[in-house]
Design a protein around this ligand. Structure first.
Ligand code: GRG
Length: 315
């Protein structure tokens, strides 16, 4: 990230949430899926079971929010390089790896993911763990071998991703989720858990985009604030859906958080929705300070938080 000026391009042409915006985002999702099929970790002919586990997990119909987030943040910065698609796919590999690990019996013990039995149910726990590590490693390989960017920028991207995965990110957040539930102030603890477990990847996503785009510090900070609020809002939405939605709608187990301290549990559903609105407003504020609130990220935010039939109440 540098201090050179780069115009933050607001999109006056397509209003947030319009049909053409949805179609455009849908087309981007297709290009993410196509690219994931190319980048998926290679396996040898005699590693058939591992290949099946990786393919069924990574190429399953996920929402692809993290790649979309990367691509749309880059668009808002006027950046359309192919590099950005690969960054998004690498984040999706990390995210999918985290889902495989999260679903294991020693963690969340989930049975269903992305509309199908969880990877450890289909292929066994050890293969699920190996598949996760295979995807995680491939993510770093993709980032560290991306053409058309300097080795200095590549090194910065690797560092940002490593930080988001490790004890300052997913690993640290998962540890809190598993073992720190009843330690200290529960609201503070949940904020730390959400910040690391869910927010770290979103923050890494925009930091990576800002690095590639050589964005201004002002824009980088605003995107980072947006991403941090998105992480908290998205985790809160995930917690609300766990109590309010169905297996059919989500394609994953519900009621997984029973007995756990979550925001809906502590604040009640009404209080949790209020808090969600607060995060959504903070996201708008962050964007407004740079693009007038009419960019692609605004559209993505609207799609995530409004387009869930059972949850129009959150809009
Ligand atoms: C070493 C990669 C790695 C991880 C170790 C297991 C772990 C630490 C972290 C778990 C992090 C986790 C699963 C957080 C939950 C985040 C969340 C709200 C996931 C749901 O994401 P969606 O709704 O899912 O985007 P889809 O399936 O649509 O991609």
């Amino acid at each position: 990230m540098q201090t050179s000026m780069l115009t933050y391009r607001a999109r006056a042409d397509v209003p947030a949430g319009s049909l053409s915006t949805k179609l455009e985002i849908e087309a981007l999702r297709t290009s993410v899926n196509d690219r994931l099929r190319v980048l998926v970790p290679r396996t040898r002919a005699d590693q058939h079971r591992l290949r099946q586990a990786i393919h069924s997990a990574l190429l399953a119909p996920g929402k692809r929010l993290r790649p979309l987030f990367v691509i749309l943040a880059a668009r808002d910065l006027g950046q359309r390089a192919a590099t950005v698609l690969d960054v998004g796919c690498a984040l999706e590999m990390v995210h999918t790896a985290s889902l495989l690990l999260d679903d294991l019996p020693c963690m969340d013990d989930a049975k269903l993911r992305r509309g199908a039995p969880a990877t450890h149910i289909l292929y066994g726990e050890s293969t699920a763990m190996l598949a996760a590590i295979g995807m995680l490693s491939r993510a770093f390989e993709v980032i560290s071998t991306m053409p058309d960017i300097s080795s200095d920028v590549r090194a910065q991207l690797v560092s940002l991703l490593a930080r988001a995965v490790g004890t300052s990110g997913l690993v640290g957040g998962q540890f809190y989720d598993l073992y720190q539930q009843n330690v200290g102030d529960p609201l503070q603890q949940l904020a730390s858990t959400g910040e690391l477990k869910t927010g770290a990847l979103f923050v890494a996503a925009v930091d990576m985009v800002s690095t590639i785009s050589d964005s201004t510090d002002l824009h980088a900070r605003a995107l980072r604030k947006f991403a941090a609020e998105l992480g908290l809002a998205f985790q809160l939405l995930d917690d609300l859906l766990d109590v309010e939605s169905t297996v059919e709608v989500l394609g994953k187990d519900v009621g997984q958080d029973a007995g756990k301290a979550t925001l809906p549990d502590i604040l009640g559903r009404h209080g949790a929705r209020e808090r969600l609105r607060h995060h959504l407003a903070a996201m708008d504020d962050a964007l407004a300070s740079v693009d007038g609130g009419n960019g692609w990220l605004r559209s993505l935010k609207d799609l995530i938080f409004r387009n869930i039939p059972a949850l129009h109440v959150y809009a």
